[in-house]
Ligand binder design. Structure first.
Ligand SMILES: [Zn+2]
Length: 393
């Protein structure tokens, strides 16, 4: 009668060969092949078998227009046709700046990444979980680029779920505040945006994201912001995360979770100032996978995107862990020779003098820090527990 083996989870990995093209020109933090290296590393473990590779398609102008302004989209698409950005457009739309530079595939490749997030949402609507590591561009605004982001694919994915009338919890564990996504849904009572991030007093985007900034008064608390000090390590992140994630999920009771899993909170990251180990990052993702709402067969109703993350090897290791958790695949501790070779072939040498550099190729785990939780972090967790975020839901 019972004990039929549980059906395997159904999970999709969104991929396009166009993601192999190096974007962002030269000398940009994102001019690194994060997504292809992630796929290569996953393949070296033979871990793709736990799910299905889906060919990403470019988002249509109509789909992009669910969120983005027509004049912005026209200027952006025209820049790729002309192969340059006009001065007036640079100023008005922040296109072609040092932060958001022009490159080959300037519009097409981000539009494929955005299409992939919409497809990922459709996968979730159809009974799967989904991972789009090329997505997670959470800083893009309706009518301008920002923070290396041109098209806000998390917003588009959420809007796709909203078209099916699903209630969505957006959780952002990127080291930076999810300003673009928060702004998009401030007035939608059926989308909760929850962002843990470096305090914007010392970190990009240098505005918003304060603990007191808890969303639109008109619609109740549809925004939760948890700004954190520099140096947050595994035990500290977990202390704060547990205080907010479980009550938010339980009280908001979403139909699906969209997770922006930027990997710039890793201690390796050259731009951000958190201090998570790969296993600390994975432990957070595991809690999300385990607690997310479920389809009837037990597959999590969970859409995961990439996001920030500027240490090429660190990002690929972290997102490989994300895929393994989503697809229910147990990985060995040591990195397969082929995976190590793929990592070496990138020529990454930013921190080759660091004592831990060699271990990046050997083990998927980092040496733990074993640091105590600071009083400041305990105070933040206490403030979260006392706050009546959920009173109006
Ligand atoms: Zn970031």
């Amino acid at each position: 009668m019972e004990s039929a083996a549980p059906a395997p989870v159904k999970v999709a990995f969104l991929w396009s060969e166009r993601f192999r093209n190096r974007g962002y020109g030269r000398n940009h933090p994102l001019a690194i092949p994060r997504v292809p290296l992630t796929l290569d590393l996953i393949r070296s473990y033979d871990a793709l078998k736990g799910g299905e590779l889906i060919e990403a398609r470019q988002a249509t102008e109509d789909e992009l227009g669910w969120f983005h302004a027509p004049d912005y989209l026209a200027a952006y698409a025209n820049a790729e046709c002309r192969q340059r950005v006009e001065m007036a457009e640079r100023e008005r739309y922040k296109l072609g700046t040092l932060e958001n530079p022009y490159f080959e595939g300037f519009y097409t490749v981000p539009a494929i990444a955005a299409g992939a997030s919409i497809q990922a949402a459709e996968c979730v609507l159809n009974g799967q979980a989904a991972f789009n590591p090329a997505g997670g561009m959470h800083h893009a605004r309706r009518d301008r680029a920002g923070g290396f982001c041109f098209l806000n694919d998390p917003v588009l994915a959420i809007l796709r779920l909203r078209r099916a009338d699903w209630r969505v919890l957006y959780l952002d564990i990127d080291a930076h505040h999810a300003d673009g996504v928060e702004e998009a849904f401030r007035d939608d009572a059926d989308v909760l945006t929850l962002s843990l991030h470096m305090n914007t007093g010392y970190a990009y985007p240098f505005a918003h994201g304060a603990f007191e900034d808890q969303g639109s008064r008109a619609s109740g608390h549809t925004t939760i912001n948890v700004p954190l000090p520099a140096g947050v390590h595994d035990a500290e992140y977990e202390t704060v995360f547990d205080a907010i994630w479980y009550p938010a999920l339980e009280r908001f009771a979403p139909d699906a979770v969209v997770l922006q899993a930027g990997a710039d909170a890793l201690f390796l990251d050259p731009l951000a100032r958190f201090k998570l180990t790969t296993q600390g990052f994975a432990a957070v993702v595991e809690k999300i996978v385990n607690a997310a709402p479920r389809h009837a067969d037990g597959t999590p109703r969970l859409l995961v995107t990439g996001g920030g993350g500027y240490h090429l090897l660190g990002v690929a290791r972290a997102w490989t862990a994300v895929w393994a958790l989503l697809s229910g695949c147990d990985l060995p501790d040591s990195i397969p020779a082929e995976g190590a070779q793929a990592m070496r072939a990138t020529g990454w040498e930013l921190d080759e003098d660091e004592p831990w550099f060699a271990s990046l190729f050997l083990s998927r785990f980092d040496a733990p820090f074993g640091l105590p939780v600071r009083g400041e972090i305990r105070r933040i967790a206490g403030a979260i527990r006392r706050h009546r975020f959920f009173a109006c839901w």
